[in-house]
Design a protein around this ligand. Structure first.
Ligand SMILES: Nc1nc2c(ncn2[C@@H]2O[C@H](COP(=O)(O)OP(=O)(O)OP(=O)(O)O)[C@@H](O)[C@H]2O)c(=O)[nH]1
Ligand SMILES: [Mg+2]
Length: 305
């Protein structure tokens, strides 16, 4: 029995937690991971947080050999932090590497769901808000809609059979991260999450979703940037266009109209704030993307004759 247990890939798991100004959240999340998954190792990747998160991480690591820290001099974005974390884990021969936010949105108590799916044969497991049993709690309605519609758009545009491509709670077999060139991923905002999942699907890896309950952050400051949604959808439209052309333009147009309708119905546009602005930008971009794609399709068909 003991032998078969140790043959499971998840017997060698690293959970990577990137941090920027999470001094209140870090001790809480680390304690929860240790409590609910006593065998996994933790790597905190801190980008020289002004609030002292890096020192707090060192204190925790000094008391517990399962906890490790990488300090980066500069905040160069979340992909930079994850690339450093993945490389650290790959060099140390971990079989499974996980992504988890520090702010409590990704419950460590649900990590076993992700890890079980890996042990059952998945190469990449995504903790999903948008499959049966998945949910997002305490999220303002406008933020939920932005994410939900964005994901709908992404899945139509790219044609990958994944409901939550933007999710940041994931477990990877090391082979996935060794195959995909992390340096080549898109660096615009958090779109690398979509790019990474998309490449895993395109490479033929077994990508699965398990339901999670995503909880909005209670402590610390949001780093969501309003320009993110717009930029991301523009990027995805480009990839989708390169791949599947015609359907994308048609369906994107429909989705943009549907999204606008839903937003108007809910009166989301009347709520002030940067997320609302992002919703508006996303809607505009989806429409622009649809128009652009339509134009490109016509040009392409014209040039063929
Ligand atoms: N090392 C590092 N960590 C980052 C950086 N940006 C964000 N993070 C961390 O990445 C995780 C996700 O960031 P969040 O700020 O929670 O982003 P979000 O979930 O989209 O937005 P909110 O939860 O609303 O703040 C958190 O643990 C952050 O501390 C960065 O540039 N470097
Ligand atoms: Mg968060």
């Amino acid at each position: 029995m003991a032998d078969t247990e140790t043959e499971k890939p998840t017997a060698s798991t690293l959970v990577i937690i990137p941090t920027y100004n999470e001094v209140e959240n870090l001790p809480l999340i680390v304690a929860r991971v240790r409590e609910s998954n006593p065998d996994v190792d933790i790597l905190v990747v801190d980008d020289n947080s002004p609030d002292g998160t890096g020192d707090k991480a060192d204190e925790l690591a000094a008391e517990d050999s399962h906890i490790n820290v990488v300090h980066r001099e500069e905040k160069t974005g979340l992909l930079g932090a994850y690339t450093a974390g993945f490389n650290w884990g790959l060099e140390r021969d971990y079989a499974v590497l996980c992504q988890m936010d520090a702010d409590g949105s990704h419950a460590p108590e649900q990590l076993p769901r992700l890890l079980s799916a890996i042990d059952e044969g998945a190469d990449l497991v995504i903790g999903s808000r948008y499959v049966d049993g998945g949910e997002a709690v305490n999220w303002p309605k406008n933020r939920y809609l932005l994410s939900k519609l964005g994901n709908l758009y992404i899945s139509v545009a790219l044609g990958d059979d994944v409901a939550d491509m933007t999710a940041g709670y994931r477990a990877f077999r090391r082979e996935v991260l060794e195959t995909i060139d992390l340096e080549d991923l898109s660096r615009k905002g958090y779109i690398f999450q979509v790019d990474l999942a998309d490449r895993a699907v395109q490479e033929g890896f077994d990508v699965r979703e398990v339901p999670i309950t995503f909880v909005d952050r209670e402590l610390g400051e949001s780093k969501l940037d309003a320009s993110f949604a717009g930029e991301s959808l523009a990027e995805v439209t480009k990839w989708g266009w390169n791949r599947r052309s015609t359907q994308v333009s048609e369906i994107a147009g429909e989705l943009a109209r549907l999204g606008r309708y839903q937003l108007d119905e809910l009166g989301v546009n009347k709520i002030p704030g940067k997320v609302t602005h992002a919703v508006g930008v996303a809607g505009d971009l989806a429409e622009e993307g649809a128009k652009l794609a339509k134009y490109e399709v016509q040009r392409f068909l014209h040039n063929r004759h």
